[in-house]
Design a protein around this ligand. Structure first.
Ligand code: CUA
Length: 174
């Protein structure tokens, strides 16, 4: 079979380009710690309020014995509960989310907190927030008429401020 010289050159070049782009994507993802959240864990969305983990009293931010933070959230039309989440800066945070009704998504710009919340599954994101400040967490999957208004607030505070906040919320419980 005769292949024209120029054609052969472009054939090789196009493959090289495709591989180079894949390489750039992979390097960027590894470098910036971007990865698809992978967690397969099923839960019954209709009885979330009866579950041990996702019942109303258990939602919110908690500190683990090793100093890391665990956030338990429920996504439901039209909000993420709790509405306001306070986490310490530069600390490992494990966020666990479940939907009480339909498909939602949650993301915060400039961070790698971004996941779909599929009814029937527990979404888990392990991340660290490197910058202090107040950020909106938006729903990014169309979930109904109130979708545009579905968002919550993320407050990334200093470790000291977080300790104070924990101590105060404990006092409030007593
Ligand atoms: Cu929830 Cu869109």
């Amino acid at each position: 079979m005769h292949v024209d010289g120029t054609e052969k050159k472009w054939f090789i070049l196009s493959f090289l380009m495709a591989f180079a782009m894949m390489g750039i994507l992979a390097a960027y993802a590894i470098n910036k710690n971007i990865h698809p959240p992978s967690n397969v864990e099923v839960i019954d969305s209709t009885t979330l309020h009866l579950s041990k983990e996702f019942n109303e009293d258990n939602l919110g931010v908690k500190q683990e014995p090793d100093g890391s933070v665990r956030v338990t959230m429920v996504a439901a039309r039209y909000g993420f509960f709790p509405h306001n989440m306070k986490v310490p800066v530069n600390t490992p945070v494990k966020i666990r989310l479940a939907s009480a009704d339909v498909l939602h998504g949650i993301h915060t710009e400039y961070t790698n907190f971004n996941t779909m919340v599929v009814p029937g599954y527990v979404s888990e994101v392990n991340t660290e927030f490197p910058k202090k400040g107040t950020f909106p967490m938006f729903c990014n999957e169309y979930c109904g008429l109130g979708h545009d208004y579905m968002w919550s607030q993320l407050n990334v505070v200093s470790k000291e401020e977080f300790e104070t906040y924990l101590a105060e919320s404990k006092k409030g419980e007593q």
